[in-house]
Design a protein around this ligand. Structure first.
Ligand code: GLA
Length: 372
């Protein structure tokens, strides 16, 4: 409702269609997706909304409410604004898929935190493609295809050689369950969260720096390790002994990927109606953080401090950095009210001027935004 009122205010017309998609938090399986491995994300309550209407003009006009920015672009003149690049990329990949979108007025609103590892870009891409699907009645454009087009938009237009986890999570996950995904086959299952466990996501307050460069570098290292081992991808390494053939740095990178895949498969359990216990899941999260810090080297000091505080809390089963790393957020699996746990921990963490804050559960303010 509020979105169409804002659309009317910004563009002086009613939108033809409105869609939305959530951000995600990854519980386990980090830096495994571009190695054809396994992941376990869940959707977060925060979402991105996209409203649009064909404007009959010669350019797209995209306004981002939360950024107070407007971008105008066409096929010949791509946008310069970063947020609009994702919309442009989606329209371009959609065109390659076979659907030509007319020039549109587009309104974007979002409460997905940006730049902390909760996939604000995937939420924007999936919401944009959903809106385009509605506008053009593209019944053949299923949720998996949307995720694939969104991933291509990110790789080809935003320059990050990401895997498919974020877009699949945004397109297919929900907040009450976790999405087990085999990123090679796209086999998947929505599984219950460990019994009695609740999710807390905290921002370390350290903005992610050099993420794109370092991310692409990690990916290149993994591909080099796979090449030296003569496997299609590191997912195909099933025994740690195989890694002895690698030079030291690549051995550590590959060890993270191989052990992380094992952790996801362990966490998935053998029965789709019940995952492992929260205690066991928590232990796997703790081990994942150690591996990301020591072998994959994508943590930073502040994340290590925050994760250690969480892990030491009596009501926390386990905690780890989440997303690509190099700053941003961490996730914890909690026994009790996550907000109370955050209240115990953040004063300690923020004592030296750090800017830690709660991202999930969303605050009352943010929750009211997601309900509109
Ligand atoms: C980013 C990428 C994902 C994934 C994670 C790390 O979020 O977009 O594809 O690689 O980093 O697990």
């Amino acid at each position: 409702m509020r979105l169409s009122q804002e659309f009317q205010r910004v563009f002086g017309a009613t939108p033809d269609t409105e869609s939305s998609a959530p951000g995600r938090v990854n519980l386990l399986g980090e830096h495994t997706d571009y190695n054809d491995g396994y992941v376990l994300p869940t959707a977060i309550p925060q979402r991105t909304w996209v409203a649009l209407r064909a404007n009959g003009g010669t350019e797209h006009v995209v306004h981002a409410l939360s950024l107070s920015q407007t971008s105008r672009f066409s096929r010949a003149q791509p946008p310069v604004e970063r947020f609009a690049t994702y919309v442009f990329g989606c329209f371009e990949t959609l065109r390659d898929w076979g659907a030509d979108i007319p020039y549109c007025d587009v309104l974007v609103d979002s409460d997905v935190p940006i730049g902390v590892g909760l996939s604000s870009s995937a939420a924007l891409e999936v919401a944009t493609l959903r809106a385009a699907r509605d506008l053009l009645s593209l019944h053949a454009l299923d949720d998996v295809t949307i995720a694939q087009l969104a991933q291509r938009a990110e790789i080809e237009f935003a320059g990050v050689r990401c895997g498919i986890m974020d877009q699949m999570a945004s397109s297919l996950a929900d907040t009450g369950r976790m999405l087990f995904l085999d990123t090679r086959t796209l086999d998947r299952a929505l599984l219950p969260l460990p019994a009695q466990a609740r999710i807390l996501v905290l921002d370390s307050g350290v903005s992610r720096s050099l993420t794109d460069t370092a991310y692409n570098q990690r990916r290149a290292e993994c591909e080099e390790a796979a090449r030296l081992l003569d496997v299609r991808a590191l997912r195909d390494v099933t025994e740690l002994g195989m890694l002895d053939a690698l030079p030291e740095l690549l051995r550590r990178r590959a060890r993270h990927v191989v052990t992380e895949n094992m952790r996801v498969l362990q966490a998935r359990g053998s029965d789709d109606s019940a995952s492992v216990s929260a205690e066991e899941f928590g232990r796997l999260m703790n081990a994942s953080h150690d591996s990301l810090r020591d072998d994959f080297e994508v943590s930073v000091r502040e994340l290590d401090i925050l994760v250690a505080l969480l892990q030491a809390h009596e009501s926390v089963y386990g905690a780890r950095l989440t997303g690509a790393g190099f700053g941003g957020a961490c996730v914890a699996l909690c026994r009790d009210d996550p907000t109370l746990i955050a209240q115990d921990i953040l004063p300690d963490y923020n004592r030296d001027g750090r800017q830690g804050r709660v991202l999930v559960p969303a605050s009352a303010h943010v929750l009211s935004a997601t309900c509109r």
